[in-house]
Design a binder for this molecule. Structure first.
Ligand SMILES: [Zn+2]
Length: 427
């Protein structure tokens, strides 16, 4: 490794909607109109170009150079340059995908089918597309990191996060997917061959580093984990100031393990009051921690009274070890309490990883593939119900997407040359 770190070279491609190919081809012959069209489009989607840090806002844009991309059947692509900071932007028309020959219309169906859980083999049946092409497609979008794409949508970096891990398989090897989530949005989806705390810290550290590049003062206030040692340790290392909470639903699922030898019906009967106990404490608006402490003591006594002192003692020990993490969840109303949504996402991703295991050859890019899947998870609309109908995860969490078309949003947001227009100051 060299001594000097290579400066990050920004990919300043911008995807632009030219309505149709004829318009695009006509504009290519009229440079002034071309630049005007591009600038009007950027204005229409309320984005700005990603200038160099040194550039004072609103540098004047001019056409810079052009070249023919033979790979795209001789299609001419233009580049424009900021006259102030000299940043060069490659203008990609909407009917072309970066790196790929595939048409966006074909890619749209394949991605939706993949995201919806259809196997690659079936994707190959419904569209003129090979399984390997779908794999490459997902990887192509995954070249853009999650943090820049999400902040481009105006989402603030998450102050409260849920950190979890999925144990998965890739070929015959075990693989772990350290994940960071806030609400319905995935901020990090890494993969690690090892389940050590160091490996998890390394993986989630890529999220921390990109977040700090975006905002050097970024800090996490609270993180929820399910208590998996490496996840907890990695959070403590990366975000030393964060309060660490323990997932309440996980606690609920673990309770039966503490009642070994007790009949299933009795264990089930004890799970219900424990669920009510946690739920009631969350519903309270004040003294939540005090209430939880009291109720946990009562609950342990109740176990002693109903199934015996030995079980009561075991549950008391368990509570003693875990209660600090549960208290943390209740002490701050903004802390996430459960990881249900993430569990569902993890299971879906796990199925895709398994379905694509044949493509993860040693030279394959699993990180890009997983990041691509995470983009789909964040940007494909999933809500069918009245509340949030037709919205994607980014919108549900308060972010803004440039257009009403998810595939086009995916193209624009992962193209790299845009940034979010700062929101007008609130009065
Ligand atoms: Zn500039």
């Amino acid at each position: 490794m060299g001594q000097t770190a290579k400066p990050t070279r920004h990919n300043r491609t911008i995807t632009v909607d030219f309505h149709d190919e004829t318009t695009y081809l006509a504009l290519l012959d009229t440079p002034h109109a071309f630049v005007e069209f591009v600038l009007a489009f950027i204005l229409a989607i309320s984005f700005q170009l990603l200038h160099k840090a040194s550039c004072s806002e609103g540098g004047h844009m001019t056409r810079h150079s052009h070249y023919a991309r033979l790979r795209l059947g001789g299609l001419t692509i233009w580049r424009i340059q900021c006259t102030t900071c000299k940043a060069v932007f490659t203008v990609l028309p909407h009917f072309v995908l970066r790196y790929l020959k595939m048409r966006p219309a074909v890619a749209r169906d394949a991605l939706l089918a993949t995201h919806g859980g259809l196997s690659l083999e079936w994707c190959a049946v419904i569209g003129p597309i090979s399984p390997m092409a779908v794999y490459r497609l997902v990887c192509a979008f995954g070249r853009q990191r999650l943090v820049p794409v999400l902040t481009r949508c105006g989402l603030p970096l998450p102050r409260y996060i849920l950190a979890d891990e999925k144990h998965s398989k890739c070929l015959t090897d075990k693989v772990y997917l350290p994940t960071i989530v806030s609400g319905r949005v995935l901020w990090h989806l890494g993969s690690s061959a090892s389940k050590s705390a160091m490996a998890f810290t390394e993986s989630s550290g890529t999220f921390q580093r990109t977040a700090l590049q975006h905002d050097p003062s970024y800090q996490v206030r609270g993180a929820l984990t399910d208590g998996f040692d490496s996840t907890t340790k990695s959070m403590r290392t990366l975000f030393p100031g964060a309060r660490l909470g323990l997932c309440l639903r996980h606690a609920l699922n673990k309770l039966p393990d503490k009642l070994i030898g007790v009949s299933a019906s009795v264990r089930q009967g004890l799970r219900a009051p424990f669920h009510t106990l946690l739920h009631r404490c969350r519903q309270r608006t004040s003294l939540r921690v005090v209430a939880l402490g009291q109720r946990l003591r009562h609950f342990a006594n109740h176990i002693t009274a109903t199934v015996g002192a030995e079980h009561g003692e075991r549950v008391r020990h368990w509570v003693q070890a875990k209660k600090a993490g549960w208290y943390t969840v209740l002490a701050d109303p903004k802390m996430p309490a459960m990881s249900t949504v993430l569990d569902q996402a993890h299971n879906a991703i796990d199925r895709k990883l398994f379905a694509m295991k044949g493509f993860h050859h040693p030279a394959g890019n699993q990180a890009a593939f997983l990041t691509g899947l995470a983009h789909l998870y964040n940007l494909i609309p999933y809500q069918r119900r009245a509340l949030n109908a037709g919205k994607c995860g980014v919108e549900v969490e308060g972010g803004r997407v440039p257009t009403s078309d998810w595939m086009f949003n995916l193209q624009i947001l992962t193209s790299g040359g845009y940034q979010c227009t700062p929101a007008p100051p609130h009065h």
